[in-house]
Design a protein around this ligand. Structure first.
Ligand code: AMP
Length: 125
């Protein structure tokens, strides 16, 4: 079910539990600001999620609340992961879903990295 992004951060959401090491993930990268792991239900040959370590529900929550070093560090981590995955050539797609209309299911900010095939339509229902 899509979530309401203005609800308070849920400390027990599945990605918070992965960050605390309570649940496993198939990790591809981590640093001080971010953790990246393979999506459990991949929708492309490469489908990786990058999440900030801090408790942020959405992009607006993150960019309006997080300190500058966290914002810079997280964005840099997304870039590093795309290079490490080797999707930067021939190309890839980033996606962030927010709230009900965005069909966000997990209430912890996550950037989807899709790669490994040609993408066509920008938005498909
Ligand atoms: P969204 O609709 O943007 O909130 O996407 C949530 C994504 O999290 C979906 O693509 C799920 O397949 C993925 N997901 C849910 N649980 C896990 C998990 N335990 N490990 C990895 N990916 C997950």
């Amino acid at each position: 079910m899509p979530i309401d992004p203005r609800l308070p951060y849920d400390e027990n959401n599945i990605f918070a539990r992965i960050l605390r090491g309570e649940l496993p993930c198939n990790k591809v990268y981590e640093d001080e600001f971010a953790l990246a792991f393979h999506d459990i239900r991949p929708q492309a040959p490469v489908h990786v999620l990058v999440i900030p370590r801090g408790p942020y529900v959405s992009w607006d929550d993150f960019t309006l609340k997080a300190p500058d070093d966290e914002i810079a560090g997280f964005n840099r981590a997304v870039g590093k992961v795309t290079r490490e995955l080797g999707v930067d050539r021939p190309g890839y797609r980033l996606m962030i879903n927010m709230g009900g209309h965005g069909h966000q299911e997990v209430p912890h900010l996550h950037v989807h990295i899709f790669g490994g095939r040609q993408f066509r339509c920008m938005i498909c229902d």
